[in-house]
Design a protein around this ligand. Sequence first.
Ligand SMILES: [Zn+2]
Length: 441
Amino acid sequence: MAASAPSAVLDPTSLSSVSDAGGEEEMPAEHQVFEGWLKERLDRLGVAVAGIAVAQAEAIRVQAELAAARPPAGYDRLDLFDSAVAGEVAGVMRISTGSAEWHLDFADQVCRRLPAGLGALAAGVLDLPRLKALEHATAVLDDADLAGRVAEHVLAKGPRAHRAAFTAACRRAVIRLDPEGAAKRREERCRERRVWVAPEEDGMAVLGAFLAAEDALACRARIDEVADRNPAGKEKADGRSRDEIRADTLVDLIMGRCGQPGPVGALGADVQVIVPIGTLLGLDGEPGELAGYGPIPAAVAREIALRPGSTWRRMLTDPRGHLVELGERRYPSPAQRRHAQARNPCCVFPHCTRRAWRCELDHTRPYASGGKTLVENLGPLCKRHHRVRHHGRWRVTQPRPGVFRWTSPTGRRSEVRPHSYLDRDCATVDRADRGESDRSW
Ligand SMILES: [Zn+2]
C-alpha cells in the first residue's frame, strides 16, 4: 500500500471550513498539501493507464506478427504451425489456447484493418474495450478499406464520454458508410427471428423475459395457438418459416394486432424513432435511431416512420441532429379506443350493426386535414364503411361527441347517435329533408 493520505482529510472541521470559505479566501496550507497529494496520485494513475495502453498496443503488434508469421519451407511438415504458436502464446499469456487464438485473430484484424485504432490505443486516446468495440462493429465489413474509413470517421471525434457512446458511434459509422450492406444485413438477421423458451433453475424459464416456467410455457402455447390459426402458419403461403411466424405472432399479441377484442396495450406506448429528414425523403443514407436501442439502417428507419399503423412517434431531425418536428400521435391510445367503442358500440355508418371492437377507429375530421386524435373526433367504422366513407363521396361530421351526421352522395341525411345505456338503443335516425339546406347539419 502506498503512503496514506495526510490526516487533514479525516478532520471534519477542516472540511467544513473549505465549504464556508469565500471564493477569494486563501486555502489553508494543510488543504493545499492535501490537494497536492491528490494531484500527485492522479498524475501517477494517468501515467500508469497510458503505460498500460502503450503496452497493450505493443502486445497487439507482436501478436499480429506472430499470427502472420509463416515458417520457412520444411519447418512445419505436419502443418501445425498455427496451433503451435497459439499454444506458445497461451503459455506466455497464461490463458487457454482458445483465448490465445482469439487474441491472435483480434490482433491480426486490428493491425491489418484498423491501424488508426491501434495508433489511438498507443497514444492513449482509446482504451482496449473501445478498440474491441471498434473491431467488433467493423467485423461485418468484408472490405478492409471500408473498415479503415469507419475507424477514421469514428476517431475524428475522439473516444466519446463513455464506452457505450463510443460503441454506438461505431455502429452508426458502419451504417453511415455502408448503408446498402447495413440494410442487407438487417434483412438477413431479420429472417433469424424466432421465439424460444429456455429452461432455468428453480422452476423458472426464459421467454425473452425471465418468467415463472408455467407462464413462459403458457405464453409459448398461446403463441403457437395463434400462429397455427394463421392460415399462412400451415401453408407457409407467404414464404415465412414457422419460426418467423411465431416471432411475428408474439409481436402481434403484445401489440394487440390479432383482431381480437380487449385492450390494445402497446398502442398507447410512447416509443420513438428518430429519423434525419434526408433519410425520410430518401435523399441520403444517414442512419436513424430507435430511442432505447441505438442506430438503425436508414431504410429501416424510413420504413418504421412511414409504415401505416406505426405505433412509433416520429422525431425528424436536421443534418445536425437537432429536432425539427415531433410527430403528433396519430393513433388513439387504448383509453381513447375503449371510450369511443363504449360510446358507439357499433360501426357509426347509418344502419350498420358491426360491433365496434371489430371496427377501425376513424378520424371524423381526417388527420391529414388537421383533425386531432381526440375522442370527440373518433368513431368506429367497419372496414367496408371506412372505405366507403373515404372513397365514396359520403360526408360525415361529429357535431357532438358520439353524434355522427351523414350525407349520402344523393343528399340523404341520417344521424347516428351514441348508445344509450338506459334504453339500450344504438340509433340511426333518417332525415327526410333530402336536398334542403339545414344549417345545423
Ligand atoms: Zn359498418
